[in-house]
Structure formats: structure tokens, C-alpha cells
Design a binder for this molecule. Structure first.
Ligand code: AMP
Length: 480
């Protein structure tokens, strides 16, 4: 099937071609004709399936007929995060380039006044996070009674973030006759209830998870002797240095760790920036742009901030620790290996992470191989070692290297200063990740714990964990 068969007009097909797409994805193939027919759609699909274009393309087609009225948006798209909202807006720009559509973006961090001016003039598309939308509504600047199409995207994320009461309220503010397009990766009972209440005779489209971890992503666990912050950070640095990183996302479970890890990497000479929900919106957008452009090759992120980000070409994902929920692991590693490209995902696993690793392996249905890296701490560090490893050996400035420059505008905006020091990329020829099978440097207990015979894959030592957790993951190490 080609895009030409879906009922889209020539202008839109041209924009699709210019975006470089030749074949519709399964959800696009199914959803686009249905949306054009005016049907309600329940899409059970994750990000990465092409679901954004499955609603933006037919919406542009429908919107090309008719005109916007003051304060009454014709269509409404709700997104759980500002980044996703901004991404959908970019999609409208990309596919709507041959149409004169107006849009407003109601998200935190974007000026109320500017958006209100747009709303007053009338917009075809309103893209918003639920809280911001209701703020504007309560200020009396917005009427939702003209909404013809309402999209709820990433509904299960909205549920996680506590937005469901807001969503219900927004549904009730829109006309009963609206067309509803509703997307969720999973269907927990609360989401099921909402769809039953607010969708009318929807066509359900379920596309398989791209998440059954793309075959193009090489996954490895890197075992560390303890889960304290200093050990994790030292191990992380060793793993990054041991890989030929073009650009990477490092995931942490806590926002505070996102900040600490980013700062620590910077102090150690890496070019990194943090991304999480508590950071100023302008700074988050700026950081994303700098990451996308390659100016900052390492992004340290929380799950919520990184969810659904459309960054096509990430070479590495590093998990500072395994995520609390196994599904998040699949989302995290799905940031790399996109569009058939090769990617690699490394997860630091301390003894206390054993349960999380077991949960991930259960979800995946297979075991993740372990890999050793030179420089990863082998035993629990002593107090002295921790102290020395928490600080860089040579601080910038003391070595005669000029202190790094702070990017402009960061401090006055009250943001954490991010220092761009130098890009990280170990040349392949000097790759220190060389270990025979198993490497001599591995701790004795780690070698003992191998449940399956290790396989020597050239320059890598790999070992399967099997269903049983090895002893070194299940109980803590003691210093030798
Ligand atoms: P989404 O699931 O909407 O986040 O889209 C995932 C990625 O697929 C984005 O990078 C899109 O630009 C890309 N994409 C969307 N539709 C197509 C298509 N028909 N062919 C190739 N790539 C696509």
C-alpha cells in the first residue's frame, strides 16, 4: 500500500514525499482512511509506530476545508508533556507546509500573552497539555464548543501523571458531536472506562509494539559491585569511554540523579546536559535542540522527559540504573536502533538491581548478556577510593586548560549552568573495551557466577544470565 491509496490530497502527498516517507506504517494505513471518514479511533500504539502522522495527516486534510473562528479552535490535541506537544506542532509544520493552517501551543513555559493573541485571532489546531489548556479556559480566553476533532495522545502516560480528571473535564467542555481520536500504548481499566464513556462506536486499531526491543539494538548488562552513586558514576564513565559514542541518552530513575550525573560528567570533561520535568521549559527546549543538532552529544534524562522524543539517530542508551518498571526499559532502549539503524544499550546492574533485571528479562522473554569494561570498579570501593573517584583527577582550569565557557542566557534564566567542555568519542582503534572471555579483571565471584558457558565473541566477553539470577546480582559484594 502507498500513501496515494489513503485518500489524501495531492498537496499533502507532496509534503509526505518531501518528509522522505514512501510507505505508510501499519497504523497510518489503517487510521488515515477511518479518520477521513469521520470515525472515532482507538489506537493502541506506542510512539515509534508513526502514530503522530496517523492523526496529523488526515486532520490537515479535514482542516483544509473551512476556516478558524475567533477563540474557537477547530481541533484540539492533548499531550502529556510539553516536549510531545512541541513535537506534534513540528509535525503540523512539516506536513502542513502546503496548507495555510494556524495553530497555537498551550504548554508551560510558553508565554500566555502570545498564545492568547493567536487564540483570539482563531486557530485551526490547538495543541496543549491538559493543565495549561484549563488555565487558559478559566481565564475566559478560550471556547471549546467549536472543537470538531479531539485527540488524546499517550493516554496511559496521562494516567500516570494524574491528568485523567482534567481530560474528563476537557471532554465535557467539547461538543458531543466531535470526532475523537484516542491513543494509548496500554489499556489499563481507568483508560478503558474513559474510552467507553467518551468515544462513540470507535474502530480499534492495535499495532504491535515496536517495543519487543528492536533487533538492531545490542543490549548488554554491565555488572557493578555496589549501587552507590560513586560506583555507578565511575562505571558509567568507563562504559561511555569504552564505547564509540556518537550521541547518547543516559537514563536515571530520579530527577535529582539526572542533575547529579550530568554535573558529574561535565566535571569529568564530558559534554552533557540534563533533561527532566523540573527544569525551566526554555532550557529544556534549548537542551533538546542542542542534542538534536549534535552540539551536546550526551543527554541525561528522566523517563517522563524522554518519553516519545523523536530523535531518530541515537547511537547509545545508557541506563545509570535499571528502570523501576520493566516496560520503561523497552521505552528507553527504543530511543536507539530506530528506523533500522544499529544501536546499543548498556545497563549498569548492581546487586540490588537483581530484581529489576529479572523483571526486564521476563518481559523481554530472553536474557541480556553481560559485558565487562576496563575501568568499571570491580569491588565495593573503600571510603578513600570513593572520595577520589567522586572528583575528577584534574579539574578544568587547574591543568592549564582554560575553564569551560558558560552558554549565554542560562544563568539569567535561573537555570543550572551547563558547561560544554569537549565531545566524547573514543576512536575505535583505542577502544579500551577489550576483554577475553571472561576477562581476567573480573572479580572471582563474578566469574564463578556464570550460569551458562561464556562465549567469546571476538573482542567481547559475553555471558547469559539464564532465568536464575546469578549470586553476584542477588546479594551484595563485600570487599576482598
Ligand atoms: P511517531 O510514532 O509518530 O513518534 O513516529 C516515529 C518516527 O517515525 C518519527 O521519526 C516519524 O518521523 C517517523 N515516521 C512516521 N511515519 C513514517 C513513515 N511512513 N515512514 C517512515 N518513517 C515514518
Amino acid at each position: 500500500m502507498s500513501f496515494d491509496d489513503l485518500g489524501l490530497s495531492a498537496d499533502l502527498l507532496q509534503a509526505v514525499r518531501e518528509a522522505g516517507y514512501t510507505t505508510p506504517t501499519p497504523i497510518q494505513e489503517k487510521a488515515i482512511p477511518l479518520v477521513l471518514q469521520g470515525r472515532d479511533v482507538l489506537g493502541i500504539a506506542q510512539t515509534g509506530t508513526g502514530k503522530t502522522a496517523s492523526f496529523t495527516l488526515p486532520m490537515i486534510e479535514i482542516l483544509s476545508r473551512g476556516r478558524a473562528r475567533a477563540r474557537m479552535p477547530r481541533t484540539l490535541i492533548l499531550e502529556p508533556t510539553r516536549e510531545l506537544a512541541a513535537q506534534v506542532a513540528e509535525n503540523f509544520d512539516k506536513y502542513g507546509r502546503n496548507h495555510k493552517l494556524t495553530k497555537a501551543l498551550l504548554i508551560g513555559g510558553v508565554s500566555f500573552a502570545d498564545q492568547e493573541t493567536l487564540l483570539t485571532q482563531g486557530v485551526d489546531v490547538l495543541i496543549a497539555t491538559p493543565g495549561r489548556l484549563l488555565d487558559h479556559f478559566e481565564r475566559g480566553k478560550l471556547l471549546l464548543s467549536g472543537v470538531q476533532i479531539m485527540v488524546v495522545d499517550e493516554a496511559d502516560r496521562m494516567l500516570d501523571m494524574g491528568f485523567i480528571p482534567d481530560i474528563e473535564r476537557i471532554f465535557k467542555l467539547t461538543p458531543f458531536t466531535r470526532q475523537t481520536l484516542f491513543f494509548s500504548a496500554t489499556m489499563p481499566p481507568e483508560i478503558q472506562r474513559i474510552t467507553e464513556q467518551f468515544l462513540q462506536n470507535p474502530v480499534q486499531i492495535e499495532v504491535s509494539k515496536p517495543a519487543t526491543a528492536s533487533a538492531t539494538v545490542t543490549q548488554r548488562v554491565v555488572t557493578i559491585p555496589s549501587g552507590d552513586a560513586v560506583t555507578r558514576r565511575a562505571a558509567l564513565r568507563a562504559v561511555i569511554t569504552g564505547c564509540t559514542v556518537k550521541n547518547a541518552i543516559i537514563f536515571c530513575n530520579r530527577k535529582t540523579d539526572v542533575d547529579i550525573v550530568a554535573k558529574s560528567l561535565i566535571r569529568h570533561g564530558f559534554n552533557a546536559a540534563p533533561l527532566h520535568g523540573d527544569l525551566d521549559q526554555r532550557f529544556r527546549m534549548q537542551t533538546l535542540d542542542r542534542f538534536k543538532s549534535g552540539e551536546v552529544p550526551i543527554l541525561v534524562a528522566s523517563d517522563v522527559a524522554a518519553r516519545g522524543l523523536d530523535i531518530t539517530d541515537v547511537s547509545h542508551v545508557f541506563n545509570y540504573e535499571p528502570p523501576r518498571h520493566a516496560e520503561d526499559y523497552v521505552h528507553r532502549i527504543g530511543r536507539t536502533g530506530r528506523a533500522g539503524r544499529a544501536g546499543a544499550a548498556f545497563t549498569l546492574a548492581a546487586p540490588e538491581d537483581g530484581k529489576s533485571i529479572a523483571g526486564i528479562q521476563k518481559l523481554l522473554g530472553y536474557t541480556i548478556e553481560a559485558e565487562a569494561f576496563a575501568g568499571v570498579p570491580e569491588e565495593r570501593l573503600s571510603q578513600d577510593e570513593r572520595r577520589s573517584r567522586s572528583a575528577p583527577r584534574s579539574r578544568p582550569g587547574r591543568t592549564g586548560r582554560p575553564p569551560p565557557q558558560r552558554p549565554e542566557g542560562i544563568e539569567e534564566a535561573g537555570m543550572t549552568p551547563i558547561l560544554a567542555v569537549e565531545a566524547v568519542a573514543a576512536p575505535a582503534s583505542s577502544n579500551p573495551r577489550k576483554a577475553a572471555s571472561p576477562p581476567r579483571s573480573w572479580p572471582a565471584r563474578q566469574r564463578e557466577a556464570q550460569p551458562a558457558p561464556s562465549r567469546n565473541r571476538g573482542d567481547r566477553a559475553v555471558v547469559g544470565f539464564g532465568d536464575e539470577l546469578p549470586a553476584f546480582l542477588a546479594r551484595p559484594f563485600t570487599s576482598a
